[in-house]
Design a binder for this molecule. Sequence first.
Ligand SMILES: NC(=O)c1ccc[n+]([C@@H]2O[C@H](COP(=O)([O-])OP(=O)(O)OC[C@H]3O[C@@H](n4cnc5c(N)ncnc54)[C@H](OP(=O)(O)O)[C@@H]3O)[C@@H](O)[C@H]2O)c1
Length: 279
Amino acid sequence: MTNANIAQQDESTATRVGDKLKGRVAFVTGGTRGIGAAICRSLASQGATVAAGYAGNTPAAEKFREAFASTYRTDVSIHRGNVGDPHDCRRTVAEVIAMHGRLDILVNNAGITIDKTVLKLADDDWFKVLNVNLSGAFFLSQAALRHMAERGSGRIVNVSSVIGETGNIGQANYAASKSGLFGLTKTLAREAAFLLAKAGKLTEPDNIGLTVNTVTPGFIATEMLEHVPPKVMEKIVAQIPLARLGKPEEVARVVHFLAADASSYITGQVWGVNGGLDM
Ligand SMILES: NC(=O)c1ccc[n+]([C@@H]2O[C@H](COP(=O)([O-])OP(=O)(O)OC[C@H]3O[C@@H](n4cnc5c(N)ncnc54)[C@H](OP(=O)(O)O)[C@@H]3O)[C@@H](O)[C@H]2O)c1
């Protein structure tokens, strides 16, 4: 796959194919473009009501909202906010709950890169990436967990990266933020189970639980990769056993699988979607 068909890939749509998530409300940060937009479509294709967060690219967010409405004949609500800011994290979660009455599924997908080798990395390059990719997931999860624990069920899915497992030259900040999500996921998963047990809800026969998992995409064809020079991209693809970039939809289907009620016995896990890159 070349950079040229990235935009086309992002515009692909899926129609309603099931009702595994009927009645559920999902908030997907960075949900207006790339992998996040595919996650929104995937959750909607299973009947979920979807809210999508974005940082500031309003034209892209509006375009996404219009395309979504015409495909699913239902609205996606869009919520502007910087996940690198704890106040915005709390405000957007509260906004989604106020608008839709509940929050069942949080997908911490928003993420950025500022790539420089360690010796060239400025203080701000470090803090900005850690704030958005790791602290954002923490503050959003904290707000969502409070609500989900009160209701006795929920799903949190963090979008990490294969780079969090392998590291990469020029990505110390990004790799650290993405491997930080592993520890955050496992801790949240343990605390979520503890909170439900304390409230006596863990053993209720019909309870779908409160689970927290991470997906680790490999190299996926989105705008995030557009700045990668073609020659570097060729080298990357040559290392992938399945010999191509992944599609946003291939990550999204794992997220909707983890979000389903029937995935209640899966928690604290890391799910690779990387074409075999980490074998
Ligand atoms: N693409 C890959 O190869 C790849 C591989 C592994 C992991 N991932 C991870 O997958 C996630 C999505 O990546 P992508 O490639 O789909 O990214 P993308 O195409 O660049 O889209 C990024 C989305 O995140 C939003 N966003 C960025 N910074 C934000 C902030 N500070 N606050 C709130 N929202 C913010 C953007 O909003 P605006 O439109 O308003 O800017 C946009 O909706 C990221 O966490 C990334 O690290 C990607």
